[in-house]
Design a protein around this ligand. Sequence first.
Ligand code: AMP
Ligand code: MG
Length: 325
Amino acid sequence: MIKTQEKQVAIASVTAATQLCQRVRALKPSSTLHKADTSPVTVADFGSQAVICHALAEAFPHDPVIAEEDAFSLQKPESSIILAQITEQVQQILPQITPQDVIDSINWGNGKLAPRYWTLDPIDGTKGYIRGDQYAIALALVENGIIQLGVLACPALPSRSDGKQGVVFVGVRGHGSVEISLSTGKSQPIRVNAFNDTNQLRRIESVESAHSDRAVQNKIDEMLRWTQTPQQMDSQAKYGAVARGEADLYLRVPLPQFKAKKENIWDHAAGAIIVEEAGGKVTDLGGQPLNFSLGAKLSENNGILVSNGIIHQQVLDMIAQLDQS
Ligand code: AMP
Ligand code: MG
């Protein structure tokens, strides 16, 4: 079943959030806070979450949203300036919104797990966003552990149809994936690479070296006899690159010091369905499907393997071999 209303609301709200993020990025300098884990969070992370959660709360009041940010720090008196900046930005999209509504909308994203829920990363790749590189806005709908819809905006990624900056990838379970140009609204189906010659394939990885073990990745390149330098990109835009055939392999191998740290559902749900519906494959490093029915973390999975499908098993076998050595 195509979820027409869900798809419309998700695309419209993510697109509105894209405008907010791009506008805030053009205003320099903009305020940045640091979370307990020292990772940065900006006016745009909060504003994007407020805009999208506001739309979801209105259209689907019974669906919980599990999103990355919460408004706890914004409720402190010392955050009044940043809260005013966020409110001003959100008002460009929702003119009637008050600072308290902004807080309530952000906190709407702290929903509890249910058989049907949404998961949102209002800015995935915040470090890339601040650096002026790639970032994404990632929203997915999960029902009974199965991702049914993924909407992934990549405002700094060129569109295939017109070469202009900004695309939204959309994947609907059973109905394929498309990319929509943010400039023209033109939509076109996307597919992963179907090359049989594995020498022609390419790997993509995070810009941040702490997010995956490069020593393991390099060993896999050697085993595949790949000599090309992998492309580096922040955020789930990497899933978009695999889904539209610009890359074929994307690994997240936890570094030894982060073995206990589990991946967040909002960092993978939207990207995963878009790759799968474009003909690719997504599992963990042991070949297990990603389990989206456990809460905010992929607590039963170890690492991530995203591929065009063709080389998936071959790479899983290599990882198993490296584990034994
Ligand atoms: P990327 O831009 O693909 O490198 O991924 C960005 C995401 O990496 C952020 O949304 C974080 O949730 C996540 N992240 C932060 N630290 C780590 C880590 N040590 N290992 C894996 N992912 C991480
Ligand atoms: Mg993220």
